[in-house]
Design a binder for this molecule. Structure first.
Ligand code: SAM
Ligand code: SF4
Length: 366
């Protein structure tokens, strides 16, 4: 483990106040309504964190204890979230919105948020990333409210491993949630898995078999340095190339004939090694070893209403103050645009001088 000191509580990144001189110089920004950056990318994919709170404590995301969570009045409310999404769809052409966190299902008003966004004139595709705890009772309501797609995070289907990774003995709750989503007609269901060396990497072929048997689409994600405990190490992390080697012990993988179009996942057709029968697909997401920053179309909002142009930003731009201070849609959109004009070319993981963001993943919004 590195010698980095980890601050608990809510680590607060340097804040870019719209009134402060540290906002990027936008004098050379072309007059465009799009959310563009100086590298020619336009953001049309919005991730909205709804809370920094979670009922699990995944080791690669949160510390075991010591987190101080945002208070209710610090979180954006339903109307504020829907307004920001509306501005993003109307002004920037955002056409995809994903709700995340922390754990978004811990917000009781999630169906209202989804319904508000689904009622927008320029309705975006609406998706949710969740640990699925409690989904069995929420799924039908969320689907009725307008939820289109769902990703469930599940790193292991072995109870002991699940508890080691999440620090909670709640695998059965996640499995109930997945079945509840299926029963509610949410399809396809994608499963996100992060592999940690020596903990669940050897289970990968079994996890894929489990997903294929249930028509769940597995996406295996490289662990990024966004944990609160500083456990990430570049030298021992499981790379996408290693994931494919592990899977090749049981399956034949061949690149799927699909247009990637900026999607982070590289998809593979999966066939049984013995019979050659086609069984389905698997995706690998090589955020660290094969970064897709050049194709990035993302903009992010934290749960307290700050723009982040990248998971790895050290700066955030507050929109909540403008929202609550009576700013117009155009004024808010312009603060957001100015933030994106300061977006970095790439996350720089692996480059000399890379430094991790101050907040863990749960407080940024994954
Ligand atoms: N609680 C929800 C969940 O777990 O799906 C949503 C929030 S979580 C932060 C979103 C995604 O980020 C999850 O799929 C999780 O596996 C992933 N994630 C968290 N920490 C990560 C890390 N250090 N590296 C890669 N992915 C990570
Ligand atoms: Fe919670 Fe999701 Fe982070 Fe796990 S990955 S601690 S479920 S926010």
């Amino acid at each position: 483990m590195g010698s980095r000191t980890v601050s608990l509580g809510i680590p607060v990144p340097r804040r870019t106040d719209p009134a402060a001189p540290s906002l990027p110089d936008t004098s050379d920004r072309p007059a465009s309504r799009a959310l563009i950056d100086p590298f020619g990318r336009a953001a049309t994919d919005l991730r909205v964190s709804l809370t920094d709170f979670c009922n699990l404590r995944c080791t690669y995301c949160m510390p075991e204890s010591g987190m101080a969570f945002l208070k209710k009045d610090q979180l954006l409310g339903v109307d504020e979230i829907v307004r920001l999404v509306r501005i993003a769809t109307e002004q920037f052409g955002v056409d995809q919105v994903r709700f995340t966190g922390g754990e978004p299902l811990t917000r009781a008003d999630l169906p209202e948020i989804v319904a508000g966004v689904a009622a927008l004139e320029r309705r975006p595709e609406i998706s949710l990333t969740t640990n699925a705890i409690g989904l069995e009772v929420r799924a039908a309501g969320l689907r009725a409210a307008g939820l289109d797609r769902i990703n469930v995070s599940l790193d292991s289907v072995v109870s002991e491993t699940f508890e080691r990774l999440t620090r909670r003995p709640l695998l059965h709750r996640v499995l109930e949630g997945i079945e509840g989503a299926r029963a509610a007609g949410l399809a396809p269901i994608k499963i996100n898995a992060v592999l940690l060396p020596g903990i669940n990497d050897h289970e990968l072929p079994d996890l894929l078999a489990w997903c294929l048997e249930r028509d769940l689409q597995l996406r295996v994600i490289e662990q990024m340095p966004l944990d609160a405990d500083g456990i990430w190490e570049r030298s021992s992390m499981i790379t996408a190339a290693r994931m494919r080697e592990i899977l090749a012990e049981r399956y034949v993988l061949s690149p799927a004939p699909v247009e990637r179009a900026g999607a982070p996942a590289e998809l593979f057709d999966v066939a049984d090694r013995a019979s050659n029968e086609h069984l389905g697909r698997v995706g690998t997401i090589a955020s660290v070893t094969e970064p897709f920053c050049g194709d990035c179309r993302r903009t992010r909002l934290t749960a307290e209403g700050r723009v982040r142009t990248c998971l790895f930003s050290h700066e955030e731009t507050d929109l909540r103050g403008a929202l609550r201070g009576g700013a117009s849609d155009d004024e808010i959109a312009d603060i957001w645009r100015a933030a994106h004009w300061g977006k970095a070319a790439g996350h720089g993981m692996g480059a000399a001088g890379f430094s991790r963001p101050e907040r863990p993943m749960s407080a940024i919004g994954g």
